[in-house]
Design a protein around this ligand. Structure first.
Ligand code: SF4
Ligand code: SF4
Length: 186
């Protein structure tokens, strides 16, 4: 029947699997091969991210990546709660490296403008000040106590360089991606 989707369907999300998305993901992942995963769950046994937010475990994410369940992958909380500690890469007997799959998913999500509100806000600071974490008064005082200048030799000390930073961020489409978060001055 014309226009009818065929393939495996995930019964939780009722979403069809997408081999195209898996191929796209593999290109971003690089050398690591999720297809070699035999679901032994060693990676999930010591994953720190599960203490913070528990939706998927690393072995489940790798399983979804093999199926290409795009929306579930790009909306998985694990892709943002992962601390990139690399435990899962070190213990995997198949050299799969779930953390690299997670990093690839992050890149793909961000490219589509899907990022957490907090990240958007912090990214807005980079555009506005040249720093992801601008130096505040408390830090200035600490620096002075340590015999340093109150601000580091960055855009804080050279505000005229901020326009260069903004130019770079506009050229890389960073500003479009963050959508003006953090009240940034575009
Ligand atoms: S440790 Fe490796 S092979 Fe085992 S489930 Fe995790 S990714 Fe798959
Ligand atoms: S790198 Fe991320 S997914 Fe892997 S064990 Fe560490 S926190 Fe968990």
């Amino acid at each position: 029947m014309e226009g009818k989707q065929v393939g495996l369907r995930d019964l939780f999300s009722m979403q069809f699997t997408s081999p195209g998305f898996s191929r796209e993901l593999l290109k971003v992942v690089g050398d690591q091969q999720p297809d070699a995963c035999f679901q032994c769950m060693k990676c999930s046994s010591g994953c720190d991210a599960l203490k913070f937010q528990g939706d998927f475990r690393p072995h489940q994410l790798v399983g979804l990546a093999r199926l290409g369940l795009r929306d579930r992958l790009l909306n998985a909380k694990l892709i943002w709660s992962c601390t990139t500690c690399s435990y899962c890469r070190e213990v995997c007997p198949q050299d799969v490296s779930p953390v690299d799959v997670i990093k690839a998913l992050r890149r793909m999500a961000v490219k589509e403008g899907q990022l957490l509100e907090d990240h958007r806000k912090i990214a807005g600071y980079l555009f506005k000040t040249g720093h992801l974490v601008p130096v505040n008064e408390e830090v200035m005082e600490l620096r002075k106590k340590l015999g340093l200048s109150s601000v580091p030799p960055t855009t804080h000390a050279h505000p005229q360089s901020l326009e260069e930073v903004k130019k770079l961020l506009r050229a890389t489409k960073f500003v479009e991606i963050i959508g003006g978060g953090g009240g940034s001055d575009r």
